[in-house]
Design a protein around this ligand. Structure first.
Ligand code: 6R9
Length: 696
């Protein structure tokens, strides 16, 4: 890790001390050597245009004009857009302020100050009131082919109200946190919307996290109520979810916090009767026993624009996962607007986002954004390659999906199964194809465009983050040409700044750290319970800027090419994993004294997890111990964070001041030991040869 932004950050922090560590990032020269294929390919100038007529924007000039206004006068621009939503109380003229400069006081963002609204009302009631109640809202497809469920907007509204009334009956009120641990059932978005309706802050925990991780999240926001499901089947495997919740609730109790109620949805598609799920008297109740008796009407809680909407925990380069907090008005407007423009979504469009609601994509582009647009959402419980790689296209054909949104990792995995499974199914309903989560390599991009889209669907490669809440840099279909591997141009209201290690803006083409200069409506408002950490993580690195943690390149046309994380975050199949989290999980094993985790290029997942482990005297890394270490990570974080490769490290390469030289570890992991660079500052240079002779 270089001294680059650290010295800068220290200077900034000096005048405004904060807890935690300032942003740390790799020097730019490292970008070239340690990024995915998208970045490795020279910024191809070839542009790709397919014939698509956007329903709102006729040309690049339209975009340019709107973009200019959105940056020069964000208050007026977003004010005009926000009029398309229901506000119970109009915001003030002077509704938008922000400060991104840590030396100028508290970091803050405000949009639509003085206004009150409710996002669940805008997602549901508004459509029902305007006569779209009979439009399908959710089209649910179970893990096993053959089971589906349809719910109209009116039906979803009624179920949301029933659950909202149940939550109120448990004493949940505006500002209380509610934890949700569910697989992709209709009840998951319904749970989120029920919380939003009464002003409760939902915290969705991906149903792949371990009991320890669930407990940490419940404890951090003091969620007295947990909404859960009995089980889930993913592919051939049935997973008991309720027992995870039970363990988590037990851990929370050990730490002095009692969960009072757990509402359990019986997932019949996972097989097994209710008797398979142990229920604790007084605490655990069944959804189907409780909810139907509640009224299908529930008054809306009008929320101030800056009232919190939800919490979502995400990994950073240091410490425990952070509770990213989004507020109501700005998030709503940006979620709806990006969905409308980027997917060209209109009421009744059948849209499929393959993300799980446990991640931000499932929040903004499965639940809120598409419902704000009145779209029909496919909710898919299973794995898109089960029972065969053709499953995705069968679902597309069955529901006549128009916009399809997925992650590069799935595209690469489908590509590796050949074209027959795609060609065998009718995809003529498809109009727009989206990707998110990690850089997409041009090869996968082209396959997606040419094979899946038959060369007639624009590809939208959308760059954004949990913290940004909504799309930030993204193509607009049919408005300007795309380039395979580029996220192209900023969305309205987004002002990127590409800076060098000193925080100096780079103009024109070049390469740098990707920052944002001014607040956009869905800016992360704080890290729950730790505003200091929020300021140091995102704003202390480069003065006056939000730092994304990503590197990027900009070409002659002003197009952005995201090169991947420059901090200690690895992106595995589009899931963010902090190396520090995996390291501390590994060292929980009594035989592991130290661990160092880096990412390496993986053909399907984008990045894989490569863990170097030091063991207690006399131990060697045998298969049994490898299994135990993997299990330790699975049970402390979740299966998705398990290392792909474990490498025994009798010693780790450290500087004389004791810092692990991860640059060296990355080179060894990627088998580029000929490019180790300067290792003269290592306390014990012999360690490197030891590692090389020890390759797993
Ligand atoms: C939405 C989401 C955010 C990180 C982000 C970046 C990577 C997301 C990308 C992309 C290249 C894209 N990322 N979209 N990289 N091109 N289109 O994924 O949020 O889970 O918070 O991850 O994902 O590295 O910083 P999140």
């Amino acid at each position: 890790r270089s001294a680059n932004s650290l010295s800068e950050a220290r200077k900034v922090r000096h005048s405004r001390p904060g807890k935690g560590q300032a942003v740390r990032c790799r020097p730019l020269s490292a970008l070239q050597q340690n990024v995915s294929a998208a970045a490795a390919a020279a910024p191809a100038m070839e542009a790709s245009t397919v014939d698509y007529k956007h329903s709102l924007l006729a040309s690049r000039e339209d975009y340019d004009k709107m973009y200019k206004r959105s940056i020069e006068d964000p208050a007026a621009f977003w004010g005009d857009i926000a009029k398309g939503y229901h506000w119970e109380q109009q915001w003030e003229d002077d509704h938008h302020t922000h400060n991104f400069d840590v030396t100028a006081g508290r970091i803050s963002t405000e949009f639509f100050k003085g206004g009150t609204t409710n996002i669940a009302y805008n997602c549901l009631d508004r459509h029902v009131k305007e006569g779209r109640g009979d439009v399908d809202c959710l089209l649910w497809e179970a893990n096993d082919p053959g089971t589906e469920r349809r719910m109209t907007y009116s039906e979803v509204l009624a179920e949301v109200c029933r659950l909202a009334n149940w939550l109120k009956a448990q004493g949940i009120k505006k500002g209380d946190a509610v934890a949700i641990y569910m697989p992709m059932l209709c009840e998951l978005p319904i749970s989120m919307l029920a919380c939003a309706r009464i002003g409760a802050i939902h915290s969705v925990i991906f149903a792949g996290f371990s009991p320890e991780s669930i407990a940490a999240r419940i404890l951090d926001c003091k969620a007295k109520v947990v909404l859960a499901a009995s089980a889930v089947k993913r592919g051939k495997k049935a997973i008991d979810l309720k027992s995870m919740v039970d363990k988590a609730v037990g851990f929370a109790s050990r730490d002095g916090f009692e969960v009072e109620k757990c509402l359990v949805c019986h997932n019949t598609s996972a097989g097994g009767g209710k008797e398979a799920t142990p229920m604790k008297d007084g605490r655990d109740v069944w959804w189907d026993a409780e909810i139907p008796s509640h009224s299908s009407e529930c008054a809306v809680e009008w929320m101030h624009s800056e009232d919190p909407l939800f919490l979502l925990y995400t990994s950073g380069s240091t410490g425990k996962p952070k509770g990213v907090l989004h507020s109501t008005g700005g998030y709503m407007v940006m979620a709806g607007t990006t969905s409308r423009y980027v997917f060209d979504l209109q009421p009744g469009d059948v849209y499929w986002c393959t993300a799980d609601c446990g991640w931000i994509t499932g929040h903004t582009y499965l639940t809120y954004g598409p419902m704000l647009c009145g779209a029909t959402n496919v909710v898919f419980e299973g794995t898109p390659t089960y029972p065969t790689p053709a499953r995705s296209w069968q679902v597309v054909d069955k529901f006549k999906v128009k916009q399809y949104y997925t992650a590069p990792t799935l595209i690469r995995s489908l590509l590796s199964s050949g074209n027959d499974h795609v060609k065998a199914h009718d995809r003529s309903s498809l109009k727009i194809l989206g990707t998110v989560g990690e850089p997409i390599n041009p090869e996968a991009w082209k396959w997606y465009s040419e094979v899946v889209g038959d060369g007639r669907c624009p590809i939208v490669d959308t760059w954004w983050q949990t913290e940004t809440g909504a799309h930030m840099i993204t193509p607009l279909p049919g408005v300007f040409p795309a380039k395979p591997g580029s996220a192209t141009l900023p969305f309205f209201g987004v002002a990127p700044s590409m800076v060098n290690e000193h925080g100096k803006a780079i103009e024109g083409p070049g390469e740098g750290y990707l920052c944002i200069k001014q607040a956009w409506p869905s800016t992360i408002r704080t890290i729950y319970g730790d505003h200091d950490r929020y300021e140091t993580t995102y704003f202390a690195g480069f003065k006056g800027l939000y730092f994304s943690g990503d590197g990027c390149r900009r070409d002659e046309d002003g197009y952005y090419w995201i090169t991947g994380r420059v901090d200690d975050v690895i992106n595995v199949s589009g899931h963010r994993i902090g190396t520090a989290e995996v390291e501390s999980a590994l060292t929980l094993h009594p035989k592991c004294t130290e661990a160092a985790v880096v990412g390496y290029e993986h053909p399907i997942k984008g990045q894989g997890i490569y863990a170097y482990v030091s063991l207690i005297e006399g131990e060697e890394l045998e298969d049994a111990l490898k299994k135990e270490l993997t299990l330790t990570v699975r049970s402390n974080i979740g299966a998705f964070a398990a290392p792909d490769i474990l490498h025994w490290a009798p010693g780790l390469p450290k500087t004389r001041s004791g810092k692990i030289m991860r640059r060296v570890l990355r080179k060894i992991a990627s088998k580029e030991e000929s490019q180790l660079g300067d290792t003269s500052t290592l306390a014990d240079p012999g360690v490197v040869n030891q590692l090389l002779s020890n390759r797993p």
